[in-house]
Design a protein around this ligand. Structure first.
Ligand code: 5GP
Ligand code: ZN
Length: 308
């Protein structure tokens, strides 16, 4: 255990140790990066199917994304300005045989070899819907578009909190279209998502939220985001009841991505977008925390909802 008196940190560590001892999380040597057991994945799969059933009526276009994100697309976003501390940039070796020998020498002698690398064309994906917007530039059909997305994302936030992972799956329902279509999507999904969490026996609450924008300028952006109620989170106690964890979030981006990636509605306006994001690992951790590690002992109603 770490040398701390912080009760929340202690609770995080305790739950993390329990999850590891039960074999649900497999620690891989880096804080916040885990292998996930068959029992863990079985719940993720049932949850995924439940989300699909609840979103089936939308006839959404399905895309599953890899964890890598095009660097040129990344540079069109303001992620580097807003979340520099969370980014992941992929580098590789592009030298010749002589520079390779130098790379190996540096590795063997414990010197910094990373400066000999070149950036590749890829970044790590920061959020699943980021992977969508650059690829839907142009004019939307009448009525806009709805997407069903999922992918592994990366955020550099090493932590002892098992619910703070560096890489995790974000499933999202994204709406592109007129402002009222985006807002309608946000409002309907926020209500439906809350009902879904309650139906899984989770003690969920909707709260106004903000993204962790970097630095002093970031504090202003966070305050504006809250004032405009652009982000809501559904929070559930996992490691703490005083500080419950966001397991789902909704974001209304207004015309931000529409502007950046030149997405237009059928009548030529800049498209608005909204997304509902499901944190697959966090919801699963909340279920294990609330109902115990053995799914055979979970309440009957919860098993029915998840078709477990
Ligand atoms: P957001 O883009 O709103 O920050 O994140 C979307 C969702 O991803 C959150 O509601 C949450 O469920 C999940 N999420 C955010 N950060 C983490 C994290 O550090 N670890 C895990 N496992 N899930 C996260
Ligand atoms: Zn999103």
């Amino acid at each position: 255990m770490s040398d701390t008196n912080d009760p929340i940190l202690l609770a995080c560590e305790t739950y993390r140790n329990e999850l590891i001892a039960a074999g649900l999380l497999v620690p891989l040597g880096t804080l916040g990066i885990y292998g996930l057991s068959g029992a863990f994945e079985a719940v993720v799969n049932r949850l995924d199917a439940y989300i699909s059933r609840m979103g089936n009526h939308q006839n959404a276009e399905v895309i599953r994304f890899p964890p890598l994100f095009n660097r040129a697309h990344y540079l069109k976003t303001d992620h580097l300005q807003s979340f520099p501390n969370l980014m992941g940039s992929v580098h590789s070796f592009a030298g010749n045989e002589a520079s390779h020998l130098e790379l190996v020498r540096k590795k063997e002698e414990g010197e910094d070899w990373t400066r000999d690398l070149n950036m590749t064309e890829s970044m790590m994906a920061p959020a699943t819907c980021y992977s969508l917007y650059p690829n839907v530039s142009g004019t939307l059909p009448e009525g806009g578009r709805v997407f069903d997305l999922c992918g592994f994302v990366f955020r550099h936030e090493p932590s002892l909190d098992p619910a703070r992972m560096q890489t995790f799956r974000m499933r999202e329902y994204v709406r592109l279209g007129l402002p009222e279509q985006a807002l309608g999507h946000r409002d309907t999904w926020l209500k439906r998502a809350h009902e879904m969490l309650l139906s899984m026996g989770l003690d969920a609450t909707i709260v106004v939220a903000n993204d962790p924008f970097f630095g002093r300028g970031g504090r202003v952006m966070a305050a504006t985001q809250r004032e405009q109620t652009l982000k809501f989170e559904l929070v559930v106690p996992i490691t703490s009841t005083e500080k419950p964890t966001a397991v789902m979030s909704s974001n209304y981006h207004m015309d931000h991505f529409g502007h950046t990636f030149k997405i237009k509605t059928a009548d030529g306006q800049v498209a608005h977008s909204a997304c509902m994001a499901f944190g697959m690992e966090r919801i699963t951790l909340a279920l294990f925390k609330t109902h115990g590690f053995n799914t055979k002992h979970w309440p009957k109603e919860v098993c029915q909802v998840l078709e477990l």
